[in-house]
Design a protein around this ligand. Sequence first.
Ligand SMILES: Cc1cc2nc3c(=O)[nH]c(=O)nc-3n(C[C@H](O)[C@H](O)[C@H](O)COP(=O)(O)O)c2cc1C
Length: 260
Amino acid sequence: MRTIIYWFSGTGNSFHVAKSLQDNLDDVELIPVTKALNGDIEIAPKTGLVFPVYAWGPPVAVSKLIERLPSNKPDYLFAAVTYGTLPGTTIAITRKMLKNRGLQLNAGFSVRMVKNYPPFGGAPKEQKQRKINSAAETGIEKIVAGVREGKCGDLSKSNFFMSFVGHLVYPIFKAGLSKQKNSKFYADDKCTSCGICEKVCPVRNVQLADGGRPIWGNQCEQCFACFHWCPENAVQYGKKTSNQFRYHHPDTKLSDMTLN
Ligand SMILES: Cc1cc2nc3c(=O)[nH]c(=O)nc-3n(C[C@H](O)[C@H](O)[C@H](O)COP(=O)(O)O)c2cc1C
């Protein structure tokens, strides 16, 4: 059955899940969410959304995509989310957003991968990154099998407490995002003006200024691709990130992230 997967990813975890689905299932097309937002959006008989958990909900770009999905019903609609600690209410919120568009989410999957949010300490050290990624492969295999078999239901790790608190967490995150002016991002003296931060930004929010140093606009999705993909660890967020570990999924290449 023809499958379209819309993916969003800052550090490549969700891209790796989308790619694993493509590599193991027949006739799968991968489309970056931010690219889809600039053109026509299609629903295939099997349609999937693969993205990271942001404050127990979907990234804003994913919610924008959902608002623009056509209302012709697919045979099977699924969401697969990657998270660092807890997926919270992400599947429930996504299901509700889709329902508002007249679409039914048939299955929701989740897999724990490496966390990447600098304000909460960022990524763990490399050895732990490897351990988490290796354990994640079992979860990804289950997602692939679930989608292949057309499994239904919320198969993510949610519980009642999470669903109660989570519905408060996500709106706060979204409101904060619309107010923030990205003043916390800057490039330090290690910056070589290579332009990778500009290339990996899925919403073209980073631009090299005249002097060759990046500047950040006001459209940030908080994916932290610019921060984690900088080869010199020169991109900082606030005052406490210079010693943090950087991370991207080892199987995701820079060229995958610049498809947006
Ligand atoms: C803005 C932001 C918010 C996040 N919120 C959560 C969260 O609420 N729960 C969680 O478990 N992980 C959270 N994370 C971690 C990511 O969901 C996790 O690292 C994910 O696998 C990253 O996927 P990616 O590599 O495709 O961007 C957050 C990360 C970012 C950047």
